[in-house]
Design a protein around this ligand. Structure first.
Ligand code: GAL
Length: 429
């Protein structure tokens, strides 16, 4: 993707994530690594929300590597459908609170992981991190993000996704008299294009249920506030009640006005499908959408185009999925084996090439990855990393839940802009 190199770069971006993590609770795992851990090495229940479509294709690719590397351990699929963990996270909480954890679960690096650490629900896996060679293979900035103040690491990263991407259908754009190769410098500059599509009767901007609206919102905040202002929303240096935030929320309101009215009943694959089927012109979504286009043999540049959300070329809306070892996991040996596969170059290559993401390891050959993924890998090193709100990097789960409620109320017409802004300010505190 086209991007502007910022001198602040990745390190400043990472620091701006504000992850002053501190370990607490959680007994030490045995640290033996491999598949011969302290019990239960016959099977492993892996809890994710990659239950269907291209996400399941990605998980299946990882499972294939797992089966090769650990043929004696049965993979038990604990996936719960619902994009961004919209159903999985609540169920996971119930299971953790009733001491019925899966053997390993998907969690996002950053503030969301801190929730599980604070609740003493996951183990320190730093010895595996070293043993699996991740200390050398994962970029230092990501290692820093995952490391608590006392040097502990609580998850094994599987991938890096970008949240601030626009996906578009070139034919629909042409029908509206637009240049399909055009990009837009700001949300303001994007509006005339949305109006042009609206005049054709097609949906200018497809969006789905609450979390996809939050995904859209975070990118508008990035665009209007810039990386520093956006990061300030999470470290307290940007005032949620300021007029700059009012302006950004007003832009969000304008964009919602260009979206499909059935949004609350749709998940992200539906809204990507609207682009593929030519029902909508633009969609803002994380780059797991790339996997959905690929899965349907859509050709980049012909069947779809992509570019950073207007005004966010210089930012990488960062999120990383990672896998944990829950306290009290029944099959610790199985979980260790899974973590080993997740960490392996083979696992990372197979999983990420199918998932639309880039590997967390920097020693994976990307030659067979899509053009989009190669551009994302380049952008990851040349833009400012900012934490995704909708995907656990910026804010704890409880904050995100409050924000999602406020967004839903607002987009469904149950609150006005002033109330919305106030509820956002209260949610972040
Ligand atoms: C994110 C997750 C991605 C993808 C997406 C849509 O939270 O990190 O891997 O699954 O949700 O479900």
């Amino acid at each position: 993707m086209r991007s502007t190199r910022l001198s602040t770069g990745i390190v400043a971006g990472a620091a701006a994530l504000g992850l002053t993590l501190s370990a607490c609770g959680g007994s030490e795992s045995d640290g033996s690594g491999g598949s011969g851990g302290s019990g239960g090495a016959d099977e492993v229940e892996v809890f994710t929300w990659w239950a269907a479509g291209s996400e399941k294709v990605g998980l299946d690719a990882l499972v294939d590597v797992f089966d090769e590397q650990h043929p004696d351990i049965e993979f038990v699929n604990g996936a719960v459908a619902g994009g961004a963990g919209s159903a999985a996270k609540d169920l996971l909480q119930q299971r953790l609170q009733t001491n019925d954890p899966p053997d390993t679960f998907q969690a996002h690096a950053g503030a969301e992981l801190q929730d599980y650490i604070d609740a003493a629900q996951i183990e320190d896996v730093s010895s595996y991190f070293d043993e699996f060679g991740l200390s050398e293979a994962v970029p230092q900035d990501l290692v820093d993000l995952l490391t608590t103040d006392d040097g502990a690491i609580y998850s094994i990263p599987s991938n890096i996704h970008r949240s601030n991407v626009v996906w578009a259908n070139p034919a629909v754009l042409e029908e509206a008299g637009l240049d399909p190769t055009a990009t837009y410098a700001s949300i303001d500059e994007w509006i005339p294009a949305l109006e042009a599509v609206q005049a054709t009767g097609k949906t200018p901007l497809s969006v789905g249920q609450a979390w996809t609206q939050v995904n859209l919102l975070e990118t508008v905040l990035m665009s209007d506030l810039g990386a520093e202002g956006y990061n300030g929303l999470w470290d307290g240096t940007t005032d949620w009640s300021s007029s700059e935030v009012t302006d950004a929320l007003t832009d969000f309101q304008t964009l919602i006005g260009f979206t499909n009215s059935d949004r609350d009943g749709l998940d992200w694959p539906d809204t990507t499908q609207q682009i593929i089927d030519g029902e909508a012109a633009f969609n803002v979504m994380g780059d797991w959408a790339e996997a959905a286009f690929e899965e349907q043999d859509a050709v980049a540049g012909e069947d779809y185009v992509y570019f950073p959300v207007p005004g966010t070329d210089d930012q990488f809306g960062f999120l990383a999925d990672s896998f944990t070892l829950p306290v009290g996991a029944p099959n610790v040996g199985g979980a260790e084996a899974w973590l080993e596969t997740v960490a392996s170059p083979e696992g990372q290559a197979a999983f990420n090439s199918a998932k639309g993401s880039i590997p967390a390891r920097s020693d994976v050959d990307l030659a067979d990855f899509s053009e989009y993924q190669q551009s994302a890998a380049e952008d990851f090193t040349s833009t400012t990393i900012v934490p995704s709100l909708a995907h656990g990097a910026a804010a704890p789960v409880a904050t995100l839940n409050d924000i999602s409620d406020a967004v839903s109320k607002f987009t469904s017409g149950s609150s006005d802009l002033a109330t919305f802004q106030q509820e956002m300010a209260t949610a972040v505190g």
